[in-house]
Design a protein around this ligand. Sequence first.
Ligand code: ASP
Length: 355
Amino acid sequence: MRPKILLIYTGGTIGMIKDPETGALRSFDFSKLLYHIPELKHLDCHIETTSFDSPIDSSDMDLKHWRVLGDMINSSYDDYHGFVVLHGSDTMSHTGSALSFMFENLTKPIILTGSQLPIGDLRTDAKENLITSIQLAAEWENDAPIIKEVCVYFEYQLYRANRTAKMNAEHFEAFSSPNYPPLAVSGVHLNIDKQLLWKGGLDDHAFAKANPQLTSFSKMIYRPEMDSRVVVLKLFPGITEAVVRAICSIEDLQGIVLETYGSGNAPTISWFIETLREALLKGIKVVNVTQCRGGAVDMGKYETSVHLKKIGMVSGNDITTEAALAKMMYLLCYMPSTGDFKKYFETSLRGEISV
Ligand code: ASP
């Protein structure tokens, strides 16, 4: 059996070539992919391509683009064995995180990839990223795809998408996954660590069970809604009461991802705690994530986080800011009741948080 893979081009550097006359970068015609990468013919799978009507730089990604991308995958879900999404690297971790929540009980891989140099550049990293992503999406065992989750593939490593962050704007190794090891490493062989792959979880099923409109939790469920009434508030020494109050009083705000210091620490000054307490009392969800790229929030470890625990803040543990935002946007639309937010946020729904 030759797996069928759908390649979706959303935009970004990977799909560009240098115009030989002007030297400027322009999007290339994706239907001519085989012409630019003839190596693809040798892969043991059948590849079809599609593209956003107007490919975008990933800095322009927003919820309506996530929806278009999600709909593209959902509407062709039964026709392909795997999906490879070509995406600009700048917001790839955000889109990967969002897709991981939008698609519950995935039975197939969705692999996002991109590149630091355009596909037409002599020194491009695009070819390896693209070819290996397709190969990984086509990995097959016991009549089923091996990978059943949303991943990012970049520079010889396959990561769980909702564990990644873009770390470098210069190196080919642009991403890292500080709190979860790579799912696969590409060397002479493609080494997939099957132990680390997402196998769905009881938590996932518990969420489905608690959601009355769901009857089956072994089938893939597509939940495309995301609530954008959220904000990231990053602490810094010298942050003023006026700034924190202004953010907490944004009209109709539903959630704050609070980026704290170290293991979840924040100023102890009374105006700060009071403002957050008032926000929580208004029903705004506040999640504590750390500004550190690696490690986790541990509220109560230091005196400077005891107060956050006391006022009922949600612990983001070792989740990335990217995944915290996507999870918040998702839960605000789909959690069974508003009182369940803390419980579901602190639970691993797609392997995005260690429990
Ligand atoms: N600015 C580009 C984007 O994110 C960079 C890239 O493609 O990697 O779309």
